[in-house]
Design a protein around this ligand. Sequence first.
Ligand code: SF4
Length: 232
Amino acid sequence: MISQTSRSAENLGSRSLSRATKKEKKETRMDLTSEYEAKTARVIVTFNCERNCVYCCNKYGRIMSQATRISNVSSLRGFNTICVTGGEPLLSPEKTLSIIRDIREVCVGAPVYLYTARFIENMSEILDAVDGMHFTLHDSTTANEVDDFNRLQDMLRGRTGSYRLYISPSITLPVTVVPNLWKRVEVKPWMSEQQLLDLQPGGLPVGESVFILEPTEKRGSHGVVSRSWRSG
Ligand code: SF4
């Protein structure tokens, strides 16, 4: 799942620079500077997924051809933000938790965000393990999944992580978004591969690299024994 949001567009948004105050202009410049220095690793930990979205970024061949296959999370050393994605990482929550813990040993201090569209019973354990979550309500979302989404929102109350919500505009069920839980809520169509390529170099946000994790049973340089999980 590749980021569907242009970071530049996120930072500038619909803000009217002509009306921005001096302070706002300064903040915008700081955003762009930090963006330039960002070094983000988007790590696909599985291609398994129960959905078959027509807009799935994993089908975007020209963008995905830039992905680097890695067998050990030690390859992520030096990245200052880690996005764990799939496929659906929470189809195998224990495996995903194990990967997140290994990443934390290698990328000390780097925030780890999870991209998911699935609610699981031990969601609290997942939320405890990450610094934030990008949750998606796809157009195929069922009534049961809307109920689960409401349970997730209950769990997020009082938490201080960075939680972002993406809602497909094609969703057919009513959804209630609780105020002040989400750092950002987006309702917009997914971009095509060509739109992403037109928007940003290589179709990826500036400073972002994509990895496909295919660990083998061997000890990494960071001293963590890699588990034998393989992208599906
Ligand atoms: S849920 Fe995500 S990974 Fe699965 S098919 Fe849809 S876009 Fe792709």
